[in-house]
Design a protein around this ligand. Sequence first.
Ligand SMILES: NC(=O)c1ccc[n+]([C@@H]2O[C@H](COP(=O)([O-])OP(=O)(O)OC[C@H]3O[C@@H](n4cnc5c(N)ncnc54)[C@H](O)[C@@H]3O)[C@@H](O)[C@H]2O)c1
Ligand SMILES: [Zn+2]
Length: 383
Amino acid sequence: MAKFIVPKEIYHGLGSLENVKELKGKKAVIVIGGSSVKKNGSLQRTRDLLKEVNIESVVFEGVEADPSIATVLTGAQFFTQEQPDVIIGLGGCSAIDAAKAMWVYYEYPDSKLEELAQPFAVKPLRNKAIFVAIPTTSGTGTEITGLAVITDTEKGTKYPIVSHELTPDVAIVDGKLCKSMPAHVTANTGLDALSHAVEAYVSNIADRYNDALAKHATDLIFKYLPTAVNEPENEEARQSMHDASSMAGMAFTNVWLGIVHSMSHQLGGTFGIPHGCANAILMPNVIRFNSQVTDKYNELAALFGKTNAEELAQEIAVLRSKVGTISTIKEYGIDEKGWAEKIDLLAENALKDPCTLFNPRKPKLEEIKAIYQACYEGLKVNF
Ligand SMILES: NC(=O)c1ccc[n+]([C@@H]2O[C@H](COP(=O)([O-])OP(=O)(O)OC[C@H]3O[C@@H](n4cnc5c(N)ncnc54)[C@H](O)[C@@H]3O)[C@@H](O)[C@H]2O)c1
Ligand SMILES: [Zn+2]
C-alpha cells in the first residue's frame, strides 16, 4: 500500500498564469526574490490578475538565493502585519521555499528551525492562508513538493523542512515565465530535475505511479534541455522542461531520492558547487554503482534506443557537456590538497543524509569515498 500526494490544483501550459484568476481570497502576499520577476513582467501580471478578481496584493521582496532564516522571520512579521489569506511564492525555488517557511511561522510564530527540520514537526497549516506556488525555474519541483530548504547562516547549516503540510494548494506551471532564465541557471536547474527523475525511478520505495512520471520526465529533459539552454525564447522547450520538473517533483516527493543527492548536498555545502551541476557530475558513477542491484536503468536507457545502465550513464555525460556544465569535481577549482582534507567528512555526512535510506543499493563508507574520488578525477567506478 502506498499514498500519492500532490497539490490539489495544478495549472500547466503556456499562458497558464491566467489561472491566478481562479484563486479565492481577500488579500495576497506575493513573495519574490530579486528583480527577475519585475523585469519579465510576471509580478505585475500576477497583481493585475488578482485585482481582476478583487484580491488585494502586497509584495515581500528580497529573498536571497539559499534563503536564510533571518529572511524567513522578517517575511513572517510582514505576513502578521498584512494578514493575507493567500500566500504566493513567485520566482525560483529560493523565493518559493522562503515563502513556505514564512507561512509556517505566520501560522505558528513560536516555531524553531531545528525543530521544524525533524520528521513530522510541521503542524497543520491552512488556518490562516492557502499557498500558491508559481515557479520561474525548472528544476527543484518545489511547486509540487512537501519540502522547503532554509539556511541558518550563523551555523552554516542548510535545514530541509519535510512535510506534506508544505505541499502547495495550487501550482501554476507556465513555461513562459522561464524564458528570461539565464543559460547557466537553465542548465543547472534542468540537470537537477533530471536527477530527481532518475533517482525517484530507482528509489527502493518506487511504485508504478511515480515510475510513470519519472520516466516521462527523463524523456522530456533529454529531448528539451539543450534547446531550452541554447534557445531561451523557445516556448515548447521551456514548457516541456517546466512540466518535466513538476513531474519529477511529483515522483520524488512521494518516493524520495538516493545517494546522488546525499553526496551532492555535501559538495554544495562544503565547496558551493551548484546543486544541479554537482548532481550531473555524480550521476553516471552512482548509476554504475547502483546498477549492480537494479535493472531499472535499462528501462531509462531504452528511451534512447539503448539497452543498459552504462549507456544511460554515458548519455548523461553527453547531455552534461551539451549544456555546458563541468564534468569533474576538480574542474570546479578544488585542488588536490583541499579535496584530500575533506573527502572523509564528505563521505561520512553523505552516508548519514536521509536520501541514502532510499537508495536502491546500501552503500558502505568506503564505496561512497570511492565514488567521490572517481568523480573528482573524472574516472569510472567499477564495483
Ligand atoms: N523545495 C525543494 O523541493 C528543493 C529541492 C532542492 C533544492 N532546493 C533549494 O532550492 C534553492 C535553489 O532554487 P533554484 O535552483 O530554483 O534557484 P534560485 O531560486 O536560487 O534562483 C537562481 C537565480 O536565478 C534567478 N531567476 C530565477 N528565475 C528566473 C527567471 N525566470 N528569469 C531570470 N532569472 C531568474 C534568481 O533570481 C536567482 O538569481 C536552494 O535553496 C536549494 O537548497 C529546494
Ligand atoms: Zn535536487
